[in-house]
Design a protein around this ligand. Structure first.
Ligand code: TYD
Ligand code: MG
Length: 455
């Protein structure tokens, strides 16, 4: 009989322990450690699929000898998805798509797969929905249904055996939480099952050159179930985000072996499935005609493109001994820092005021280029003076009250001009040599200059 190996794995974070204990050392959670039996048979079979052991010749080469021909990428048919993937799907890669239930993971992948099935073998494995449900959705969305192969199965071994016969170039596993490998005792969805299933499928992808999309559900705290256990074995991890009460879904990669991780893709959920939003600036700027104090438009940089977002601040006299400072979509600490800068270098005291700041549309801004815009919004609300409709602001603010340039200033200004903004307050270092005709660009070096220029 094959000898079996025992391991103790935390169900929350996936950390391994040599013996059972009440609390996990890694994530401090109680009663989450379970015993997992790893049969040597699994390991043996895993080795059979191993792309490293079986498939490649063990030959030592210098870097120079290695062929630099880039793997041709497959276009998914959706520019937004391709951008997030770093230019398309890399053959033989394993891509994890995470998101809350209802985010649109299944819908998006169904749309992608129906499109790709015309050009290459495509297999959609569904373990969550029945085949009828998927077929009904496809026909309701008007997708081509004649080429995509469907399979309803949850055993990873069977899936791989069938995939070996069908030889698809692209596969979807919906979802990683319902599939299981036979030799592991724990239930589907547990860390041990998710980890082994993902590792098994990833090895399969590498060995047979099949690109695999794994759908993963997000737990309540926003992390993918068993994130740490999955992230090391997959090539790319994408999160599809968006509350169900908003039409818009944003897509971002958290790990990508084949591209940058800070790209943003934007989709809209419509009655006819997910549609790409190619001009996201337009949707995050839902501005009405009335000018309101405390509201300012800012140009942020998302991966490789600029995005216009609206930032709002409300400054109001506080009834509390400790006035509130609340930032939504922005960093709380930066807000506190900027208030101090405003006091010291802008001469405005807000210590008896509540300050609320918000980025419209649920966008999260982590860039320092938002500093100047946030300050301007706060001053505008404090003074109860609206800023003109046509004004955009960006720039980093230093602790000495200096305004520092930010990357890609020219592109940000072009984007603003394209959307009809004709006045910009930007760091002096970002003032371009050639200014678009009809645009007024005011370069500032100090916070006081910026405040003077506007108010
Ligand atoms: P789904 O792809 O099933 O989400 P996930 O697989 O991420 O859990 O998306 C389901 C949601 O999308 C559901 O709340 C209904 C909505 N939806 C539309 O609004 N329009 C559509 O055309 C489709 C297919 C879904
Ligand atoms: Mg689904």
């Amino acid at each position: 009989m094959a000898k079996s190996k025992t391991s103790y794995v935390c169900n929350d974070c996936g950390a391994e322990h040599s013996r059972w204990q009440g609390q996990c050392n890694a994530c401090q959670a109680w009663n989450t450690i379970t015993e997992v039996r790893l049969d040597t048979a699994v390991n043996a079979r895993s080795a059979r699929f191993s792309g490293y052991a079986g498939n490649t010749q063990s030959k030592v080469q210098t870097l120079e000898q290695i062929s630099l021909d880039e793997l041709p990428r497959l276009g998914s048919g959706y520019q937004e998805l391709d951008r997030v993937l770093g230019g398309g799907i890399v053959p033989g890669s394993a891509i994890l798509i995470g998101g809350n239930p209802g985010a649109g993971k299944s819908t998006l992948l169904l749309q992608v797969m129906c499109g790709l099935a015309n050009q290459m073998g495509a297999l959609y494995v569904t373990g969550e929905e029945s085949l009828q449900q998927v077929a009904m959705r496809a026909s309701r969305l008007g997708l081509p249904t004649d080429k995509l192969k469907m399979l309803s199965e949850t055993s990873v071994e069977t899936i791989c055996d069938i995939a070996k016969q069908e030889q698809p170039k692209i596969m979807v596993i919906d979802s990683i939480q319902v599939v299981h490998v036979a030799d592991i005792q724990s239930a589907p969805g547990s860390v041990a099952q998710v980890r082994e299933s993902a590792a098994f499928l990833t090895r399969f992808a590498k060995q047979f050159g099949v690109a695999i999309f794994l759908v993963g559900h997000v737990t309540k705290d926003g992390s993918l179930a068993g994130p740490k256990v999955l992230e090391h074995c997959i090539d790319c991890s994408i999160l599809l985000d968006g509350s169900t009460d908003s039409r818009f879904r944003t897509m971002r990669s958290h790990k990508n072996r084949f591209g940058a991780v800070n790209e943003l893709g934007v989709f809209a959920m419509t009655g006819k499935g997910l549609k790409e939003v190619t001009n996201p600036s337009a949707i995050f700027l839902s501005r009405d005609d009335e000018e309101s104090p405390g509201s300012v438009v800012l140009v942020i940089w998302e991966g490789t493109r600029p995005l216009l977002v609206e930032l709002q601040a409300l400054v109001d006299y506080s009834q509390m001994p400790n006035p509130r400072r609340i930032a939504v979509g922005l960093e709380q600490n930066r807000l506190a820092m900027l208030l101090a800068v405003l006091h010291r270098h802008g001469g405005l005291q807000m210590s008896d005021q509540d300050v609320f700041a918000n980025v419209v549309g649920g966008v999260k801004v982590a860039e320092t280029a938002s500093d100047l815009a946030l300050l301007v919004a706060m001053v505008s609300s404090f003074k109860n003076q609206a800023l003109g409709h046509n004004l955009v602001v960006f720039g980093e603010v230093g602790l000495a009250g200096e305004i520092r340039p930010v990357p890609s200033g020219q592109e940000r200004l072009n984007e603003a001009f394209k959307h009809g903004f004709t006045r910009a307050i930007v760091p002096m270092g970002n003032v371009p040599k050639t200014i678009p005709k009809g645009m007024e660009i005011i370069g500032v070096k100090k916070l006081s200059q910026a405040i003077e220029a506007i108010f």
